[in-house]
Ligand binder design. Structure first.
Ligand code: PLP
Length: 397
């Protein structure tokens, strides 16, 4: 009898499991549209020039590898605040934001979840239906009961905004509401600025706790445009959480660079909140890794590198949009009669294709085209070489 004989096999992560299946597939024409990663037109993971320049500068002036402070690099945290809230915004100027460097966007969500659990142990968490797979698991593991608010209506292939609003209005005071700040994953459908106003009014009226997940700032309409929703929450006088991820926007996936920002009522409150976030970090992983944070801090803090980053991010955004259009045109050319133009109305890295589970399974097994069973495809992994094959495969299923 082993200590571990009663340990059950956990289910595979639905997306990373798909990756393993893709890697094992011997079909030479295979295309991976499963995982949320941006690839360039050659199907390669990009190394951004701004990142390379920052790394070269570090190599030219090597430093020993000391511990970072618990909350990370001060210049990094300051740069995140400026990016998320606006450098000249009132919250930045008044010093009422508590920001910590986190292990990716996931780490920001987790530190926030653990802090919230201590703050209000009985609160429920609401996530969108559907949402990024890890939202439910992460908040459940932090000890919360996780339920969902209506978001997407598969039958009409559009947002169920009335349902969303009704569910928010029915939530108990103190409920934590996880909202995708932009580029909703997995559907690709964002609510409009006017709809955000209504969501904010409901959150305020019902005393809900907003937790904005911003994993794709810059992939929708632009850095400022995508960040505008933060300004709306500030203007409404709300206090809230924001998880930031630089995994996609800097193509720094493996360096685990993200952040959590908590907007507080005043500076003194922010310092108390920060002290509690630091306890969460200290008792989990002690302090964050330095390399990715140092790169992002250098790029955001150096005007030429910052301009280069914005240019490169813009190129990624434009390429994804071009691929959406090519997908719509290609599907039409491949003989699909149905209007697929909804793909160009979606935003960010993903498209909810509307394909059924059976069709997605056939795409994988017969054609080596990998997307999730829900019909989600990563448009950011399409390129001029694989798009025709993907369109022809979709047409066949
Ligand atoms: N939140 C959403 C909505 C995401 O799609 C992702 C990544 O796919 C994350 C958070 C996590 O990002 P990171 O890899 O930086 O942890």
């Amino acid at each position: 009898m082993s200590l571990f004989s009663a340990v059950e096999m956990a289910p595979r992560d639905p997306i990373l499991g798909l990756n393993e299946q893709f890697n094992a597939d011997t079909n030479p024409a295979k295309v991976n549209l499963g995982v949320g990663v941006y690839f360039d037109d050659n199907g390669k993971l990009p190394l951004l020039q701004c990142v390379l320049a920052a790394e070269k500068a570090m190599m030219d002036a090597p430093k020993p590898h000391g511990y970072l402070p618990i909350d990370g690099i001060a210049a990094y945290d300051a740069a995140v605040k400026a990016l998320v809230f606006g450098a000249d915004s009132e919250p930045v100027k008044s010093g009422r934001i508590a920001t910590i460097q986190a292990l990716g966007g996931t780490g920001g969500l987790k530190v926030g979840a653990d802090f919230l659990k201590k703050l209000n142990p009985k609160a429920k968490v609401l996530i969108s239906d559907p949402s990024w797979e890890n939202h439910r698991a992460l908040f459940t593991n932090a000890g919360f009961t996780v339920e969902s608010y209506r978001y997407y209506d598969a039958a009409t292939r559009s947002l169920d905004f009335a349902g969303m609003l009704a569910d928010l209005n029915a939530a108990a005071a103190g409920t934590v509401v996880v909202l995708h700040a932009c580029c909703h994953n997995p559907t690709g459908y964002d609510i409009s600025p006017a709809q955000w106003d209504q969501v904010i009014a409901a959150v305020k009226a019902k005393n809900l706790v907003p937790f904005l997940d911003m994993a794709y700032q810059g992939f929708g309409y632009g850095l400022t445009e995508d960040g505008a929703v933060i300004g709306k929450f500030v203007a409404a006088g709300l206090l809230f959480f924001v998880a930031t991820s630089f995994s996609k926007s800097f193509s720094l996936y493996g360096e685990r660079v993200g952040a959590l920002s908590v907007l507080c009522d005043n500076k003194e409150e922010a310092s108390r909140v920060l002290s509690q976030l630091k306890i969460v970090i200290r008792t989990n992983y002690s302090n964050p890794p330095s390399h990715g944070g140092a790169i992002v801090a250098a790029v955001l803090g150096t005007p030429e590198l910052r301009a280069l980053w914005e240019k490169e991010l813009g190129e990624m955004r434009v390429r994804i949009k071009a691929m959406r259009q090519k997908l719509v045109d290609g599907l039409k050319a491949a003989g699909i009669k149905q209007d697929m133009s909804f793909i160009t109305q979606q935003i960010g890295m993903f498209s909810y294709s509307g394909l059924s589970k059976d069709q997605m399974v056939r795409l994988r097994s017969e054609f080596g085209v990998y997307g999730t069973d829900t019909g989600r495809m990563c448009v950011a992994a399409l390129n001029s070489k694989n798009i025709d094959y993907v369109c022809a495969s979709i047409a066949k299923v």
